[in-house]
Ligand binder design. Structure first.
Ligand code: ASP
Length: 344
């Protein structure tokens, strides 16, 4: 067999590689050998696969900005040697990791595909095998001119490849665990693998990769709900060092018209804090001019998050805050798409 393409498989943990603890009955991260032994099909691939693993593997609930930096280092240190990267990851925070990597890997021209599964790979009905095998195939896929078919960070799950920074975990039980509600699928894998080229990013292949390793996590997410208390909102806003707030509003970006809320938000934005308005709805976008309740937020200095996911807004802020001290520069970048993350 000749191996034209070389993929690096990075195992971070997650259900895909877990095993049941005989004492507690709970699933725990398990070693990589166990995972690989359960997929003998990998040796039939005309693709060379090398592996790196987190030691110890983690449940993705323990994912952190430090580990995103580590993942970025792994990809950058191996960038020239490989045609594509597959990251095996727990589903719980996969959308956060995919979003963070999309910002940290500037000018990416190779595929970085995250996948995992809802059932461990050792179980008979596992969804892990198909997810893993197709992810590797997509990570290795190239056009005739040698350029990668998917030069961006994606999440592959249950037959679809989705843009990483557009994706949200939608189900804790179904195999169809992820969806990108505000952006079309990049690839469909049925009997054939169909690449929707018009949806896939087209980076400048002549430019080198430009990694960013630092993140600043002085950001918080809070959700508006009927009955939200003034003292608690004021407490959050007054947190020292807090630079930005992702505020999850109703519908097309609406919030209660209580004077205390609008005044508190106005004080925060006047003090330099960035407040991004993201809808609690999965699909659709924020339009602060549609209702008066949204218009008032705009007047208080709140910025539209357009059709961003929460995961993408939080990680974009972490990335921008580490790069820029000046809040106005961050505001400028939040108003535009830098990795295909919003439609504005
Ligand atoms: N708790 C697991 C994790 O995120 C769930 C999964 O992998 O699906 O690591």
């Amino acid at each position: 067999m000749t191996y034209d393409n070389h993929v690096l498989l990075i195992y971070t943990g997650g259900t895909i590689g877990m095993n049941r603890n005989p004492q507690t009955g709970a699933l725990e991260p398990f070693n990589f050998e166990h995972l690989i032994n359960n997929v003998p099909e990998l040796s039939l691939f005309p693709i060379r696969i090398s592996t790196i693993q987190f030691n110890p593997p983690i449940d993705s609930s323990d994912m952190s900005p430090q580990l995103w930096t580590e993942l970025t280092h792994i990809i950058i240190d191996n960038y020239e040697k490989y045609d594509g990267f597959v990251i095996l990851h727990g589903t719980d925070t996969m959308a956060y990791t995919a979003s963070a990597l999309s910002y940290m890997l500037g000018n990416l021209t190779k595929p970085v595909i995250l996948t995992g599964s809802q059932l461990p790979i050792g179980q008979l009905r596992t969804d892990g095998k198909e997810n893993l095998i197709t992810s590797i195939e997509i990570a290795a896929a190239k056009h005739e001119d040698g350029k990668s078919m998917v030069p961006e960070v994606g999440i592959y799950f249950n037959g679809h490849l989705l843009r990483g920074n557009r994706t949200t975990k939608q189900s804790a039980d179904e195999f169809d665990a992820f969806e990108s509600f505000n952006y079309p699928h990049l690839v469909e894998a049925g009997v054939n693998i169909t690449y929707h080229e018009e949806q896939i990013l087209k980076p400048d292949f002549s430019k080198p990769i430009s990694p960013h390793f630092r993140l600043d996590n002085n950001v918080i997410v809070f959700t508006i709900f009927p009955g939200i208390r003034e003292d608690l909102v004021r407490h959050i806003i007054a947190t020292p060092n807090l630079r930005s707030i992702v505020m999850r509003t109703y519908g097309s970006g609406n919030a209660p018209q209580r004077p205390w809320l609008l005044n508190a938000l106005k004080e925060a934005t006047n003090n330099g804090k960035i407040i991004i308005n993201i809808s609690q709805c999965m699909a659709g976008k924020v339009e602060m001019g549609r209702y008066d309740t949204g218009y008032q937020l705009k007047s208080a200095g709140v910025l539209s998050g357009y059709d961003s996911t929460v995961e993408s807004a939080v990680t974009k802020l972490m990335y921008l805050q580490a790069r820029f001290d000046d809040q106005d520069t961050i505001r400028e970048y939040m108003r535009k798409s830098i990795r295909g993350e919003i439609s504005c």
